[in-house]
Design a protein around this ligand. Sequence first.
Ligand SMILES: [Mg+2]
Length: 221
Amino acid sequence: MEHGTLIQLSSLQSSTAPQPVLLSDIGNVLAFFDFGIAARRVAGRSPFPEEALSARLDHIKGPFENGDMDDATFLREAVAALQFQGSEAEFAEIWCDIFTENTAMRRTLEPLAGRLPMRLLSNTSGLHKEHLLSAFGIFLPFGGGVYSYSARCSKPGEEIFRKTIAQLGLDPALTFFVDDLEPNIATAARLGFHTHHYQPARHAAFERDFHAWLARAGISA
Ligand SMILES: [Mg+2]
């Protein structure tokens, strides 16, 4: 499996001196998401109106992303809360099929595969992470990461950033962190990362900042 190989290579690299690394958020940076897609598909198979569905899951979404609830429990509780007329497996497929790849970002990152280590830092569940990594080519250059559900803490808290630094062997001063949410950027900046607040409509601004950072790190874009 390609991801396994990348992770092995990256752990070899991290045993040497700290080096420039790209650390990226997932949602609205590498992949866009729209829970409305899932709500529309569930609506025909639930007694509740489409606009009421998301709120009916509010009590389990947080614990699920923070690792306090496993996949099987989440699916069972979600199917019950929505009175979904289908199997848990069918609901899981609908729950995961809400993403599209950020093709502009893929075009920027793909040429750097193998020349710049890339890692992920995402508030996400195991279900979504496994789906994303297997469904979209934009993740192929990434060699592992830290995720809220397994770290049992989440952005914008400092704890998950400190775990990320330790687990991935990062030097924040040499790490370019990109995220679309300002509170996450603020924590990363306080810890000494080079940060970029990503706005999909301003991808060219990201590319300018990223390429200038690469040039300073001695890596050609
Ligand atoms: Mg995001």
